[in-house]
Ligand binder design. Structure first.
Ligand code: M6R
Length: 638
């Protein structure tokens, strides 16, 4: 059993003055449960908490969603405590059971450990520990790390101090022996005010409070308590108490973390009255696009990257762009390719990060890598970026999560300002990624002289009008919702598009798969006659993204022909078209109109009805749209 992509939270507060709460006002358990509630999007197969109390560890853990743990705690409450760790898990192999849930408690009930990642060498370590007569109760790699940590801890001299120095040293030594990806958090009964953590290739952020400190997989783990955060580097160990945060490398050398202020607050992570985060985030999109555009260009249209460690001269010599991403982010990359090639005349490839890295790609110092990642922690993308950097490529990250690993390890970063995206299925991050990638394309075009300043200003002016147009689409969602509800029993939906409408079709299909568990495929409409049309039978729903009849009329006419072709074979045709395009009406059962915009900006509008459709259909089927089965928000291992 291997557990990964989990949510992790740690807390060290000040000893209660009156026996009920810390001076900062928080019981460890309250902080941990609130953090887990916010981090549950990362994994929801099981959850557990451990607090240090009365000379030992008190722990509760339960398979299933966090609600099961909450019920368990109501029946079997934990004692008051100022220190604790909590975990919400996503697993791949084997059943997500109580036994395999974290924390794992070892060392005679005194040491509790939680983990995110994969310990790749857990098998030889386990064999070694078994030989030393250690026993294991779970099938997890995490328990191996916990037993190893306990073993090392006991082998160190007891320095008599309660400040956790012995636990910190044990963590450093244990981390040196572990291979793979891990964030480990440990609390020990001998050090009641301390939590020690280590990280390699797996996310961990420190939250700085007043008389209390926090650890989280990301800042949402402690955003209710503080917005002051510290980024940790690779291969670091951090020890927190109520008043101190000490960072070292795995060998004990002191290290520095980078402090920053989180630019959103707890309210931004709430549902704002919507029934789900998914719906809220779909409705956040006008703001997400507007915020991503805000303050990004001066009057000449010159783009400001958040952190730029690439010389303009180097960017001028780039002869190839490779966009790296996974899932929805990769579809944003595919949309961006059309714009970047059109504006910059630089050959642009879009590659799934996991495919790129293992195919011996041609990358050199004239290659610009643009990675797209909402979380900034997707392991496939991180590894691909690292690989490309090793080959001498320059790397720019487009990312929605401040201080996350991918931007930190890139030469430059352009943050999308979509705000926290909690629903597992990505919506507002997608539109923000397209927006940011377009800004980057315009920046390169300006730098390299591919576009006149006036042309750049025109595109920026069109982009500035997009948020209001998205709001218009959202305001007219009644018709698409009604259709979605009427299709709750549908077993398969096909999506067609051309040009930038093709990745939009694929994104529409992905949303439906993820949320409604319906078979869905997105095709390039031009590919239809090369095979997919064989799928069409009486009543097969086909959703078609139609380009504007203005401009490239030939493309519009071709897509209209495609609609006719599938309809002639019995398809039920549902069309997304531009306002005023009456020509599609004759060929469609349902038409949804989006406001006029330019061909390249259309995906920022055409995607929205497809998101609403998937969300509403899944809701009609009674599914949890925020936490679809089998998925996790951040895929932090390969
Ligand atoms: O955090 P990232 O943008 O790197 O995540 C990439 C994909 O895992 C993500 O887009 C995934 O496909 C979503 N579930 C899509 O809704």
């Amino acid at each position: 059993m291997i557990g990964f992509m989990c949510g992790i939270v740690g807390y060290a507060g000040t000893a209660p003055a009156n026996g009920t709460s810390t001076p900062a006002g928080h019981q460890a358990l309250d902080v941990l449960m609130e953090g887990l509630r916010r981090l549950e999007y990362r994994g929801y197969d099981s959850a557990g908490v451990a607090v240090v109390a009365e000379g030992g560890i008190a722990m509760r853990k339960k398979a299933g969603k966090l609600a099961n743990l909450t019920a368990e705690l109501a029946q079997r409450p934990l004692p008051d405590s100022m220190t604790g760790i909590g975990h919400t898990r996503w697993a791949t192999h084997g059943g997500p059971t109580d036994k395999n849930a974290h924390p794992h408690v070892v060392d005679g009930g005194k040491l509790a450990v939680i983990h995110n990642g994969i310990i790749e060498n857990y098998a030889p370590l386990k064999a070694e520990l078994l030989q030393q007569d250690h026993t294991f109760v779970s099938d997890t790699d995490t328990e191996v790390a916990a037993v190893l940590l306990g073993d090392i801890y006991r082998s160190l001299p007891d320095d008599g101090s309660a400040d956790g120095a012995r636990l910190t040293r044990a963590m450093q030594l244990a981390a040196q022996r572990l291979e793979g990806a891990f964030t480990l958090l440990a609390a020990h009964a001998d050090h009641p005010g301390t939590v020690v953590a280590s990280r390699r290739n797996s996310p961990l952020v420190v939250g700085l409070g007043d008389g209390e400190n926090f650890l989280g997989s990301d800042v949402s783990g402690f955003i209710d308590y503080t917005r002051r955060a510290v980024e940790l580097g690779q291969d670091q160990v951090v020890t927190i108490t109520a008043d101190t945060v000490a960072i070292t490398d795995f060998f004990g050398a002191p290290a520095e973390g980078k402090e920053y202020l989180v630019d959103w607050d707890a309210a931004a992570a709430e549902k704002d009255g919507f029934p789900s985060f998914m719906e809220k985030e779909i409705h956040d999109q006008p703001e997400a696009v507007a915020a991503t555009l805000l303050g990004r260009s001066d009057l000449e249209g010159k783009l400001t990257l958040d952190e730029m460690r690439i010389d303009a001269d180097v960017l001028k010599t780039i002869n190839k762009i490779i966009v790296l991403a996974c899932g929805t982010s990769a579809y944003a990359g595919q949309v961006a390719k059309y714009a970047i090639e059109h504006w910059c005349r630089i050959p642009t490839e879009v590659e799934l990060s996991h495919e790129f890295r293992y195919r011996d790609p041609i990358v050199d110092d004239k290659t610009l890598i643009v990675s797209l990642s909402q979380s900034g922690e997707t392991m496939d993308t991180l590894m691909a970026v690292r690989y490309a950097r090793e080959q001498g490529a320059k790397t720019i990250a487009i990312c929605n999560t401040n201080g996350s690993t991918i931007p930190r390890e890139s030469d430059a970063v352009l943050y999308t300002h979509a705000g926290p995206e909690i629903a597992v299925a990505s919506t507002k991050a997608f539109l923000a990624q397209i927006t940011a990638a377009y800004l980057l394309g315009l920046y390169l075009a300006q730098l390299r002289g591919n576009l006149f300043q006036g042309q750049i200003k025109d595109v920026l002016a069109d982009l500035a009008k997009v948020p209001a147009k998205i709001a218009q689409v959202l305001a007219n969602d009644g018709q698409i919702k009604e259709l979605a509800r009427s299709m709750a029993d549908t077993r398969s939906v096909l999506f067609l598009g051309r040009h930038v409408g093709f990745p939009v079709a694929m994104e529409g299909a992905l949303k439906l798969k993820e949320l409604a568990y319906i078979h869905a495929e997105g095709f390039a409409a031009g590919e239809l006659k090369h095979g997919p049309i064989a799928l069409i039978e009486e009543g097969q729903p086909v959703i078609v993204v139609v380009p504007s009849p203005r401009g490239r009329d030939s493309l519009h006419a071709k897509v209209v022909s495609n609609i006719q072709e599938v309809r002639a074979r019995g398809a039920k045709t549902i069309v997304i078209a531009e306002e005023g395009d009456e020509s599609v009406r004759a060929h469609a059962e349902h038409v949804f109109y989006i406001p006029e915009t330019t061909a390249l900006l259309a995906p920022l509008l055409t995607t929205v009805p497809l998101q609403i459709f998937a969300c509403e259909l899944a809701t009609a089927k009674g599914y949890d749209v925020d936490q679809p089965r089998n998925l996790a928000k951040s895929v932090t291992v390969e």
